[in-house]
Write a protein that binds this ligand. Structure first.
Ligand SMILES: Cc1ncc(COP(=O)(O)O)c(C=O)c1O
Length: 442
């Protein structure tokens, strides 16, 4: 059992890091406030589906680098391919040969799209897509679902969250939100802002799924009102299908953004799109006004592109997506069975999404509870499963790992039941409950 005694180096790390790094991490989702106190503060290494913390405790990884590691940590064929590229140098005065190789392969992969720009993170790609749509339509406003969690760390998105100190107030008028479950709310936005909305950006689907024809209807609404549709495949890409929702549903957006999962954790993201839109960022259209699309020093870094090429090759050859779905379904089946046996189905919800099973935790009054959720996380972590409320299957997860998850899940259910009986987590949860990332106050 991993308890405080086995997390001494983690405790020291926590003490130091916040005076040097605001937030203590480089994405808020990895922060101390997202985990129970009994948890690793930092990871020292990973291999396959497992990670080790500073105190050498070993965990089954359930989040895989926030969904970015799709094959497994330090996945040998990717590491070997990256090493070859490292020996050739990683950044030059002119583009590297590998940029064309990747562009050809990536464009071939994405149905209906003709051109691609690379970036080092997803926010750069989504922000560039929005900018390009503005340039194409000569409109300024952007619409996205207010019920989706994240599209970019840039102001056009962050201004609409609770955590918007330091952002520009002009985005109150420029960024508009609708309800992703009600396309009439999007229609109303277009009616209220005639000829002003440049684009709609959304994730194509969430774990809850979408009705048939939802995406085509969404595209049709955008086009009817002269706006572009941007499909953000950051999470769905390489998970729901290969390459993503775009192929699963056969619906072609004007632009699409890609990132997590496509380079097995390396920093490689992409914006793809139709030629007539993407070409605005080109330099050969003599006399046309130039659009400053993505331009970044590290965008063509060779070894990350090689990692992406190798990942793509493995996804193509090995039918990785099928394996991911098999692992996801196994996890859903085994946890549902445990919850039924323990009479906990009313208190722990399973979202049965085979590409990303999710869980919600309720208290004795059947209200969603951060305290009860954090207690469950704590119990899983104590048992060597670094669980944050969902499971992201990767190619390295095997049936034995799902069994390990299920064993920890079953034992954690026993502690959860104790808390339900006591009507409190007091005496069971060490430290405070995990908090929401997008909160107004610390
Ligand atoms: C749907 C979606 N879009 C965009 C992003 C931004 O990606 P990045 O963190 O690489 O900037 C994220 C990241 O969580 C995301 O989930």
């Amino acid at each position: 059992m991993i308890n405080g005694d086995k997390l001494k180096k983690s405790a020291e790390y926590r003490k130091k890091v916040h005076s040097l790094i605001p937030g203590g991490a480089h994405t808020y989702s990895k922060g101390d406030d997202q985990f129970p106190e009994v948890s690793p503060a930092a990871i020292s290494r990973g291999k396959g589906a497992y990670i080790w913390d500073l105190d050498e405790n070993k965990y089954l990884d359930c989040s895989m680098g926030l969904t970015s590691v799709s094959l497994g940590h330090a996945y040998e064929p990717v590491v070997e391919a990256v090493k070859v590229e490292l020996d050739l140098g990683v950044n030059f005065q002119r583009p590297s040969y590998i940029e064309l190789e990747m562009a050809e392969k990536f464009v071939e992969l994405i149905p209906g799209h003709d051109m691609v720009k690379f970036s080092k993170n997803g926010s750069t790609a989504t922000t560039a897509a929005v900018k390009l749509a503005r340039a194409y339509t000569n409109r300024e406003k952007v619409a996205f679902p207010g019920d989706h969690p994240f599209y970019s760390y840039d102001d056009w998105f962050i201004r609409k969250t609770n955590c918007n100190k330091g952002t520009i107030s002009a985005f109150d008028e420029i960024s508009l939100t609708y309800d992703s479950t009600d396309l009439n709310s999007l229609e109303r936005l277009f009616t209220d802002h005639p000829n002003e909305i440049a684009c709609v950006i959304s994730e194509p689907e969430k774990a809850q799924g979408i009705p048939k024809d939802y995406l085509q209807n969404l595209v049709n609404i955008c086009h009817k009102h002269g706006a572009l549709y941007i499909m953000d495949e950051m999470i769905t890409g390489y998970k729901v299908d290969f390459p993503g929702s775009i192929s699963k549903h056969g619906v072609i957006p004007d632009l699409a953004t890609w990132g997590k999962g496509i380079a097995n954790g390396f920093s490689f993201c992409a914006l793809t799109g139709k030629k007539e839109v993407m070409n605005l960022g080109g330099i050969l259209n003599e006399g046309a006004e130039k659009v400053f699309l993505i331009s970044t020093t590290h965008g063509g870094e060779t070894h990350a592109i090689r990692a992406a090429l190798k990942t793509m090759e493995i996804f193509e050859k090995e039918n990785v997506v099928e394996h991911l779905h098999k692992m996801g379904q196994l996890l859903i089946d085994s946890t549902l069975k445990i919850l039924e046996n323990k009479n906990l189905n009313n208190f722990i919800d399973v979202v049965p999404c085979k590409w990303w099973p999710n869980f919600a935790f309720k208290d004795d009054q059947l209200n969603l509870s951060p305290e009860f959720r954090t207690l469950f996380l704590q119990e899983m972590i104590k048992r060597g499963v670094l669980f944050q409320g969902s499971f992201v299957p990767c190619f390295s997860h095997q049936e034995s790992d799902i069994q390990l998850f299920a064993n920890a899940f079953e034992q954690s259910c026993n502690v959860f039941t104790q808390a339900l009986e006591k009507k409190t987590v007091e005496g069971l949860l060490v430290g405070p409950a995990a908090k929401a990332v997008f909160r107004k106050y610390n």
